[in-house]
Write a protein that binds this ligand. Structure first.
Ligand code: NAP
Length: 310
């Protein structure tokens, strides 16, 4: 076991890297675990147009590389490993990866959230064979094809718009008539000639063709119950996210949806453990708000550590 670190940061999205920049500049020599998806959700997105300071927009992966470079510039130690177990019952806290055990006086959790799926058997079986949860990753595999996008939030609108770069036709399938998405995103899709709509429909099954790839989706009208088969080559699931908080089960207070509960800024139910970004924020979930709460967690941790020494 190595020495006790001042701060260990779990997660490498905008929240984690911002917490790293601030704690590193405060000479706390943070150790950051990137986890399985270094850079977080922004690495599977395209243009980020709403992060201040980028008037022309920036590609998500490029922005996250810049966050990492900035965190490293001030001395953050970064490890490409995943924390699989934590013990917050006594201090210093203990954190384990598959290979090693670490100790920390304070911990900042910024593990983010992951794409939600419909929960259909066929969805898992056909993942990578026409089913995807990431347009940026897989859109190019569908040139001139018919694509369905499931969902009615900003993610669905963004993915649908992006997929029109590749597909012949993109159909948004949503279980209601009203959208959770912002008006500007819906309007952008409505103005896109390649986008069609199937509203009040839910996906009840995904049907494979003889080649073992997606052939059609079986939809059910949410009002009449009537079922219809819609031929398509690709189905992109864009129905929101689940917080990555499983390893904190019974260790920290969480809400009914699994988001870590914070108070007075970023304090969790355990003194010395702080949470920031999408793992504690089910309302805003933006890169800029995640970065903002990352900054708050760093300042909270710094002040808390100072108070322990006093
Ligand atoms: P969201 O806003 O929670 O929307 C999820 C959508 O999926 C809803 O329309 C929901 O339908 C539908 N849905 C959920 N579970 C479903 C199921 N089992 N079957 C069928 N449909 C289901 O999630 P999001 O679109 O990922 O957006 C999350 C946050 O990120 C939002 O704050 C959004 O503004 C932000 N975001 C912003 C941008 C941008 O500005 N560029 C891009 C992406 C995301 P109901 O409405 O019927 O519940």
């Amino acid at each position: 076991m190595s020495e006790v670190r001042n701060v260990v940061i779990i997660g490498s999205g905008p929240a984690g890297y911002t917490a790293a920049i601030y704690t590193a500049r405060a000479n706390l020599e943070p150790l950051l675990f990137q986890g399985l998806q270094p850079g977080g959700q922004l690495t599977i997105t395209t243009d980020v147009e709403n992060f201040p300071g980028y008037p022309e927009g920036v590609m998500g992966p490029e922005m996250m590389q810049e966050f990492q470079t900035q965190a490293e510039r001030f001395g953050t130690e970064i490890r490409f490993e995943q924390i699989t177990e934590v013990d917050f019952s006594s201090r210093p806290f203990t954190l384990k990866t598959d290979f090693d055990t670490f100790q920390a006086h304070s911990v900042i959790i910024s593990t983010g959230a992951s794409a939600r799926l419909l929960g259909l058997e066929a969805e898992t079986a056909l993942m990578g064979r026409g089913v995807s949860a990431c347009a940026t990753c897989d859109g190019a595999f569908f040139p001139d094809k018919d694509i369905l996008v499931v969902g009615g939030g900003d993610s669905a609108m963004e993915e649908a718009n992006y997929l029109t770069r590749f597909g012949r036709k993109v159909t948004i399938v949503h279980r209601r008539e009203e959208f959770r998405a912002s008006k500007i995103m819906v309007d952008r899709c409505k103005a896109n000639e390649k986008i069609d709509w199937l509203l009040n429909k839910s996906v009840v099954d995904i049907l494979p063709g003889d080649d073992g790839k997606v052939r059609a989706a079986l939809l059910e009208d949410t009002q009449s119950g009537e079922q219809m088969e819609v031929e398509c080559d690709g189905i992109f699931i864009a129905i929101g996210h689940t917080p990555n908080s499983e390893i904190f089960e019974d260790k920290l207070e969480k809400d009914e949806n699994g988001y870590i509960v914070v108070h007075d800024g970023t304090y969790t139910s355990v003194d010395g453990v702080f949470a920031c970004g999408d793992v504690m924020d089910h309302i805003y979930r933006q890169a800029v708000t995640a970065a903002g709460t990352g900054c708050m967690a760093a300042i909270d941790a710094e002040r808390w550590l100072e108070a322990q020494e006093a």
